[in-house]
Write a protein that binds this ligand. Sequence first.
Ligand code: HEM
Length: 221
Amino acid sequence: MESTEFNRVLRRIATVLSVVIVTLSLVAASTGILLSIYYEPAAGRAYQSLKLITDQVQYGWLFRKAHNIAGNGVIAIALVQIVVLFLGRQFRKSWLSAWMSAILFTLTVIGLSWTAMILSWDQEGFWRFSIELGTIEAIPLIGSQLREILTGGGAISTLTIQRLYTIHSYILSIAAIIISVVHLLSVLWQEKQMKAQLSNSEGDNLASSNIQGAGASLAES
Ligand code: HEM
């Protein structure tokens, strides 16, 4: 009984978190689109354009802050969701699709955060990205090709920002929105299946207690 109650609470938390995940993804995507109106993906210009957004564009600072909070917040929530789903594991189809989509979503938003590293073109982002490129280059067989593809020629330049901006704003953000919706639907499906199972078992209990009651009254008469 206690574990059924525990599972019910976990399922409720998973449903709430999946709604939060979709909401934060939509906030990040919409504020990202607003940022893209003024953002210039070019070496040197990227930093200046973000400064312009913060200092001169009306509510620009707010959109930038909202994008940062939603973008980083959704990673934290997705990680909590993985733990919640793990604790309430059921190994049925609906749970499996919720679990897989949660993992895929987490990897996608980590990718979004990673590709954003160089977008601000500041000292910290530049040096962090240089170190990461060194690690990527050390991957056997494909390392140097991967570096070439990401940077667009080996050195960090405007081409690098443009490539990462395309991956960030088109490929990964669209993937994140789609996966977050799939995840929400899987969690709702899981909830529906569990409710149906509960009402079936309640019906069975009622039927068996009726049969027992009828048996007892027959024996008395
Ligand atoms: C689900 C959608 C998205 C997520 C989760 C996301 C996430 C992020 C994250 C985590 C950062 C780094 C923030 C920081 O810590 O500084 C970032 C930065 C950025 N993103 Fe996105 N993003 C999304 C969609 C978009 C879209 C659609 C665009 C543009 C069309 C975009 C443009 C940018 C830009 C220009 C930056 C750099 C801003 C800055 O450094 O303040 N993002 N994003």
